[in-house]
Structure formats: C-alpha cells, structure tokens
Design a protein around this ligand. Structure first.
Ligand SMILES: [Zn+2]
Length: 131
C-alpha cells in the first residue's frame, strides 16, 4: 500500500477509510498540537504565566477532541493521550497510559489539574464519590 501520510499511522488511515482532505487536516492539526505542547513546555511556571499555561492545557484537550472527530472516532476524553506530554502536569503518567480508554487519573497536587487550579472539578469529583 502506498503511504498516504508521512507522520500519521497509515494502517489506521486505511482502517478508518479517511480521504486525502481529512488526512491533510489531521496533519495540520497534529502539527498545531505539537506547537502548542512545545510552547507550553517552554513556559516557566509562574503566577504570571499560570493563566496562559492553563489555557494552553485546555487547548490541548479541545484539539484531542477535534482529532478524534477527524479520525472518525467517538469524542471520548478517556482515550486522550497528548495531555500527558504536558511537562507541567504531575498526574501519574504511566498509570494513565495503562488506563487509556477507561478513565483519566488526576493528581490533586498537580499544578494544572489539581485542586488549586481546578477547584470545580475536584468539588464535583468528591460529591460524586460521596453520592
Ligand atoms: Zn496533571
């Protein structure tokens, strides 16, 4: 089989029956995502940069949903993996790779996903566990 893409998984492209246009869009999105992650990883953690870091983190999630849609997969957060490339994140990386498809394991101490940065998320989680 002739390779359709130099950077994407060609077997998956064939399996999902993607057309040329979708493949190019996916390539653009992937390179955009890599740029966002590079930018994020290049920022120092500081009060000044905090809002931007959290915003870029949210952008990663948004883009992971967009990628899933383009690939023709359900838009399911549990299958996201690029957020683990965020070096500011201290959530358990290996556990999250093991749990891919089942759920995301967040650390309360993580500067980006923890209780201080995302109080609503943790409040809801605690309520869900109690209820
Ligand atoms: Zn985290």
């Amino acid at each position: 089989m002739e390779k359709v893409s130099k950077i994407l998984n060609n077997r998956l492209i064939e399996q999902q029956g993607l057309n040329e246009k979708t493949v190019r869009l996916l390539e653009e999105k992937h390179s955009e995502l890599n740029q966002i992650i590079d930018m994020l990883n290049g920022l120092e953690w500081s009060e000044e940069n905090k809002a931007q870091i959290l915003q870029l983190t949210d952008n990663i999630e948004l883009m992971e949903f967009q990628l899933q849609k383009l690939w023709g997969f359900p838009q399911d957060k549990n299958y996201h993996s690029h957020w683990l490339r965020n070096q500011k994140c201290s959530c358990p990386r290996l556990d999250n790779m093991d749990y891919l498809g089942y759920g995301q394991i967040k650390s309360g101490a993580c500067l980006i996903h923890g209780e201080e940065a995302r109080p609503e998320f943790w409040k809801n989680l605690k309520q869900a566990r109690q209820g």
